[in-house]
Design a protein around this ligand. Structure first.
Ligand SMILES: Cc1cc2nc3c(=O)[nH]c(=O)nc-3n(C[C@H](O)[C@H](O)[C@H](O)COP(=O)(O)O)c2cc1C
Length: 212
């Protein structure tokens, strides 16, 4: 395997992580060597939020681009890659706090001269997040920023908004027969989206075959 891809990601409720798992399957089955680096916040948000006030506070803080400082990246991240994948959730229309903190740190040099593919997991609003990431990546010298791979929660509003709030508060309705579950069977991405992530990984791997 001489094709190498680095994935730098943050995931709070594990949706980005689940998408990446299948994306990586696609890459690896296409013959690519994948290195994965998870951003570890030094003082992470609690999960679930202990009160509605604390959840609302987090939403306001993140709207104002609150940073969550992260542990330094491992040394092996600083190399030459065919692509660097930068993956994470949207928080209050913005990139998440740990990703913003990465751009504040010296470790942002991991993107310098690299081709970067953003991957976004969100309930529904990703455009400002994407625009903001592009600017941050260009600002630290990325050679190319690909259009983002975007995965929105597949259920209609208002259920996906209510479902997100219940999930973040640890109050998801568990009874399968409840009327709510008819409209909102589960939090997060669907199996079809995980399969889509796999296909994206495989397509990227295939596109690298025969390149230097
Ligand atoms: C504090 C907070 C704010 C959020 N704000 C938004 C938002 O503005 N737009 C949106 O589409 N999703 C928003 N979400 C939902 C997440 O983007 C979504 O649940 C995503 O799938 C989570 O990915 P993760 O499990 O990898 O963290 C927010 C989630 C949290 C925790």
């Amino acid at each position: 395997m001489n094709k190498r891809i680095l994935i730098v990601y943050y995931s709070y409720t594990q949706q980005t992580r689940l998408l990446l798992k299948r994306y990586i399957d696609g890459l690896e089955e296409g013959g690519v060597a994948v290195s994965v680096e998870r951003l570890e916040p030094i003082d992470p948000y609690e999960i679930p939020f202990r009160s509605t006030f604390r959840l609302l506070l987090a939403m306001v803080q993140t709207f104002f681009r609150h940073r969550d400082p992260v542990q330094p990246l491992a040394d092996h991240c600083f190399g030459d890659w065919q692509w660097v994948i930068l993956a994470g959730p949207t928080w209050s229309y913005q990139p998440s706090g740990p990703i913003l903190a990465l751009f504040d740190s010296d470790d942002r040099r991991v993107f310098r001269g690299q081709r970067v593919q953003p991957l976004i997991s969100c309930r529904s609003y990703w455009r400002f997040h994407s625009w903001s990431l592009r600017r941050l990546l260009q600002g630290c010298g990325a050679a190319e920023v690909a259009p983002p791979l975007v995965f929105c929660h597949p259920i209609a509003e208002p259920w996906r908004f209510i479902g997100l709030l219940l999930q973040l508060r640890g109050k998801m309705v568990r009874r399968e027969k409840s009327w709510f579950r008819r409209y909102y069977p589960a939090y997060g991405h669907s199996r079809a989206q995980l399969d889509e992530a796999y296909r994206h990984g495989r397509a990227l791997a295939d596109s690298l075959q025969g390149t230097d």
